[in-house]
Design a protein around this ligand. Structure first.
Ligand code: NDP
Length: 269
C-alpha cells in the first residue's frame, strides 16, 4: 500500500532548479509541506510563492551544503517551523566534466567532492538524530548512473556518485532497524541546468537529446519512491542493462566506450 504523503514534511536540497524544484512541486501536489533548500534563495522564494498561491505549505531556506553552520541553521529552521522532517531528499550536486588533467584541483575536484559527497553526508548527519528519535523517516539520496558506470571525463563526478551509492547502501543497513528507510536514485541524463555547469567539455556527447529524460519525470520517480520505498531506482529503462553489461563484460564495455567516444574526442583534444 502506498504511503500517504499528505501532511509529511519533505526537506529537499538542490531545490532551486531541476529535479529538486520539480520534486518540491510534485510533493506539494501530494499535500506534503515542502522545504526548498539551496543557495539561490530568490529563485526558491519565487517558487514558494507560486506553491503557496496554489494552497500548498512551503518554505525556502538558504544553504550551501559545504558549510556546516548553514546545514545546522537549515535543519533548525525546518524543525522550528514544522516540528519534524519525514523525508530528506539529498539532491544538491553538480558535475565538472573533463579529462582529469584539465580539472582544477580546487574549483573542480575538491568542490565536487565537497558538494556531492561530503555535503550529502553532512546533511544526513544533521537530520538523522531527529529521525532516530522519532524512529521514522525516509532518506532519498540522489546518485546517478555515473554511480555505477565510470565514463571518461566523469572521473571525479563518478567518484562522488559511487561514493553516494556506497554511503546509501551502508546507511540503509544501519538505519533500517531504527525504522528509517534509505533509498538511492540513479538517473541517466536528464534535461536540467546540470549541463550548464559542466564546463566546456565534450562530455555532453554522452547525453544526446534522445537519451535525456525530463526533469519532471525524474522528480515523479522520486515521489514514487517516497510512496513505495525501495532500495534503488535506476532510470531510464536502458540504464539497468547498461550497468549489467559493464559489470558482467567490462572488456566489452571498455571497447564500446573507447570506440564510440574516447577515441574520437581524445584525438580532437
Ligand atoms: P541543476 O543544476 O538544475 O540543480 C542542481 C541543484 O544543486 C541546484 O538547485 C543548485 O542550487 C544545487 N547546489 C549546487 N551546489 C550547491 C551547494 N554548494 N549547496 C547547496 N545546493 C547546491 O541540476 P539537476 O537537477 O540535474 O541536479 C540535481 C542532482 O541530480 C545532482 O546531484 C546531479 O548530480 C544529479 N543528477 C543529474 C543528472 C542530469 O542529467 N541532470 C543525472 C543524474 C544525476 P544553487 O546553485 O542555488 O545552490
Amino acid at each position: 500500500m502506498a504511503i500517504e504523503l499528505k501532511g509529511k514534511v519533505v526537506l529537499i536540497t538542490g531545490a532551486s532548479s531541476g529535479f529538486g524544484e520539480d520534486a518540491a512541486r510534485l510533493f506539494a501536489r501530494e499535500g506534503a509541506s515542502v522545504v526548498l533548500a539551496a543557495r539561490r534563495i530568490d529563485r526558491m522564494q519565487a517558487e514558494v510563492e507560486r506553491l503557496q498561491d496554489q494552497g500548498a505549505e512551503a518554505m525556502a531556506t538558504p544553504v550551501d551544503v559545504t558549510n556546516r553552520a548553514d546545514i545546522e541553521n537549515m535543519v533548525k529552521s525546518v524543525l522550528e517551523n514544522y516540528k519534524k522532517i519525514d523525508i530528506l531528499f539529498n539532491n544538491a550536486g553538480f558535475g565538472r566534466l573533463d579529462w582529469l588533467e584539465n580539472l582544477s584541483p580546487a574549483r573542480d575536484i575538491e568542490t565536487q567532492i565537497a558538494v556531492n559527497l561530503t555535503g550529502l553526508i553532512e546533511v544526513t548527519r544533521a537530520v538523522l538524530p531527529h529521525m532516530q528519535e522519532r524512529r521514522a523517516g525516509h532518506i532519498i539520496n540522489m546518485s546517478s548512473v555515473a554511480g555505477w558506470i565510470g565514463l571518461p571525463m566523469y572521473s571525479i563526478y563518478s567518484a562522488t556518485k559511487f561514493g553516494v551509492r556506497g554511503f546509501t547502501d551502508a546507511l540503509r543497513r544501519e538505519a533500517s532497524p531504527l525504522g528509517i528507510q534509505v533509498s538511492g536514485i540513479y538517473p541517466g541524463p536528464a534535461q536540467t541546468e546540470f549541463f550548464m555547469h559542466t564546463g566546456k567539455s565534450q562530455a555532453k556527447h554522452f547525453a544526446p537529446a534522445w537519451t535525456s529524460m525530463t526533469s519532471e519525470y525524474v522528480a515523479s520517480q522520486v515521489v514514487k519512491v517516497a510512496k513505495h520505498p525501495r532500495r534503488r531506482t535506476v532510470l531510464p529503462g536502458w540504464a539497468a542493462p547498461a550497468i549489467w553489461l559493464d559489470e558482467t563484460f567490462p572488456a566489452l564495455a571498455d571497447w564500446l566506450i573507447y570506440n564510440a567516444f574516447t577515441k574520437r574526442y581524445r584525438e580532437e583534444k
